[in-house]
Design a protein around this ligand. Structure first.
Ligand code: NAG
Ligand code: NAG
Ligand code: NAG
Ligand code: NAG
Ligand code: NAG
Ligand code: NAG
Length: 261
């Protein structure tokens, strides 16, 4: 850490939400949580959570940070509405890179991620989103992110909707590896004319068809290793005129396929 760095560090020590209760002479561990905030005003805000059940901005200090470029949360739940109240609290009007790492969503509550979560973030360029279990993403959850260039969803989705990527026409890099995707709807990427890199390794894909990759005229890199692919249409890759690298390792293809590019 450089001395010139202005590092503000708050440690909100173990807040006790319920008092200790004595049960047969033993202390029952309290329902407790920790939140750790790191920030370098003008550059980043990082929030680490531990055992936090509800995202509650009242847990954060009220300090004006001004704009930052990078906003990260780790092992935190998601706000019920959007990140706007958090941004207002810290007086942040915009940032370009967002990391939601190991999002701790309790699936059993049936909570969904809707487009509202990203209200006011239309300038976002990079989103990395991973969660502890696959979560329920609404089909239009990307609608408020029209300027996204890079998107990575990891351990987060088990289903791709046909219109999911219609809202992010500027995407150049799309990482969907390490999810539970078993099917890609026909033409699902057709509104991504600038996409250069598409990673789908470690999913459960079984079949790729002639229209799966329709419209990906700028794609140079396609990673499909570690799936269960048994079938490819002969012209599956025919739209991919700029493809340089493709990997189909560790699939279940039984014969050599004659591929047309
Ligand atoms: C934060 O502090 C500012 C003044 O420093 C005040 O105007 C604002 O209402 C406070 N916000 C919250 C959520 O307490
Ligand atoms: C919020 O940031 C703006 C500049 O981005 C600044 O003019 C304003 O004083 C800040 N507000 C507070 C409460 O610090
Ligand atoms: C999930 O939420 C339910 C209902 O609120 C609760 O009973 C359960 O303990 C929670 N599970 C986890 C892992 O937080
Ligand atoms: C969480 O919920 C989603 C949507 O209901 C479901 O697809 C997914 O399988 C669930 N994940 C777990 C680990 O229960
Ligand atoms: C894909 O194949 C189906 C039938 O197998 C055919 O009807 C359709 O025209 C083909 N699409 C393209 C773009 O070649
Ligand atoms: C293709 O793969 C090679 C070797 O991994 C790498 O050096 C090169 O940058 C890749 N090219 C593209 C366009 O992804």
């Amino acid at each position: 850490m450089r001395q010139t760095d202005v590092i503000l560090l708050w440690i909100l020590f173990t807040y006790l939400l319920v008092p200790y209760a004595d049960v047969e002479g033993k202390s029952v561990p309290p329902n407790q949580w920790n939140v750790l905030l790191h920030t370098k005003p003008g550059q980043y805000l990082k929030i680490d959570c531990e055992d936090l059940i509800e995202y509650d901005i009242n847990l954060f200090p009220n300090v004006s940070l001004g704009d930052v470029t990078d906003f990260r949360i780790r092992y935190c739940p998601l706000p019920g509405d959007s990140f706007k109240p958090t941004m207002d609290l810290f007086n942040i009007s915009r940032f370009e890179d967002m990391t939601l790492d190991g999002v701790n969503i309790n699936n059993s509550t049936g909570k969904k991620v809707t487009k509202q979560l990203f209200d006011g973030l239309s300038e976002l360029k990079t989103l990395y989103f991973s969660s502890l279990v696959p979560i329920n993403l609404e089909s239009d959850f990307l609608e408020n992110l029209p300027n996204l260039r890079q998107l990575q969803l990891q351990n987060t989705i088990d289903k791709i909707y046909p219109n999911m990527f219609n809202y992010t026409p500027k995407l150049e890099i799309l990482h969907l590896s390490q999810n539970l995707i078993s099917e890609l709807p026909n033409r699902v990427f057709q509104n991504l004319p600038d996409l250069r890199m598409l990673h789908l390794w470690n999913n459960q894909l079984t079949s790729l068809e002639n229209e799966t990759f329709a419209g990906l005229g700028q794609l140079t890199s396609l990673e499909l290793s570690n799936n269960q692919i048994v079938h490819l249409d002969d012209d599956t890759f025919s739209d991919l005129v700029h493809l340089v690298n493709i990997s189909l390792r560790r699939n279940k293809l039984k014969k050599y396929w004659c591929l047309y590019f």
